[in-house]
Design a binder for this molecule. Structure first.
Ligand code: HEM
Length: 156
C-alpha cells in the first residue's frame, strides 16, 4: 500500500509539469493563431491531445490517492466535519480535488468546442478561453504555496 502511495505521489507530482507545459503551449499557439488568423494546425491538435491525456491521467491517479491511498484524505473522510475546520485537511479533501476537477471539466468543454467549430478563428477563440480558465484554476490549486500549502516542486 505504501509503495503504491509513493508511486502515485511521484507520478502525480511529475505529471503536473507535463500538464502545465502542454497547457501553456496550447494557449500560446491559440493566441498566435487567433491574432494572425491562422488555421487550426496539426501542432495544436497534438498539443491539445497531450494536455487532455495528462489531465485525465492526473484525475485517475488523484482519485486513486483520494479514495484508497492517501493517509491525509483517509483522515479527513473519517471525520469530515472536523476536517472542514482544519485548513490543510480541508485543502486536500475539498479544495484541491474539486477545483482541479473543475479545471479538467473546463479543458474538456474547450476540447469539445474546438472540435465542434468549423471556422478556424472560432476554434482559436474557444481554445484561448477554455485553456485560460483551466490554467488559472490549476495554478491556484497546485500545492506550490499559493493556498498556503506547499509540496516539493520536483519529487525524487
Ligand atoms: C489536474 C489537476 C491536478 C494537479 C495539477 C494536481 C497536482 C498535485 C500535486 C503537485 C500534488 C502534490 C504531490 C506531491 O506531494 O509531490 C498533489 C497531491 C494530491 N492530489 Fe492532486 N492534482 C490534480 C488533481 C487532483 C484531483 C482531481 C484529485 C482528487 C480527485 C487529486 C488528489 C490529490 C491527492 C489525494 C494528493 C495527495 C495528498 C497526500 O496524501 O499527500 N488531485 N496533486
Amino acid at each position: 500500500m505504501e509503495t503504491a502511495y509513493s508511486i502515485s505521489l511521484f507520478l502525480h507530482s511529475w505529471n503536473r509539469w507535463i500538464i502545465l507545459i502542454a497547457g501553456i503551449v496550447v494557449l500560446s499557439a491559440a493566441i498566435n493563431g487567433y491574432s494572425r488568423k491562422l488555421k487550426y494546425s496539426n501542432f495544436q491538435r497534438i498539443g491539445a491531445i497531450v494536455f487532455m491525456s495528462s489531465l485525465h491521467l492526473q484525475l485517475l491517479v488523484g482519485l486513486a490517492m483520494y479514495l484508497f491511498l492517501s493517509p491525509i484524505t483517509a483522515q479527513a473522510l473519517s471525520d469530515f466535519g472536523a476536517a472542514m475546520k482544519e485548513p490543510v485537511l480541508r485543502y486536500w479533501s475539498v479544495e484541491h480535488a474539486s477545483v482541479n476537477f473543475l479545471a479538467i471539466c473546463a479543458a474538456q468543454v474547450g476540447s469539445y468546442f474546438v472540435k465542434d467549430r468549423l471556422i478556424a478563428i472560432d476554434k482559436q477563440k474557444h481554445s484561448i478561453i477554455w485553456t485560460s480558465i483551466a490554467l488559472v484554476l490549476l495554478l491556484a490549486m497546485i500545492p506550490m504555496g499559493m493556498m498556503g500549502v506547499d509540496r516539493p516542486w520536483f519529487r525524487f
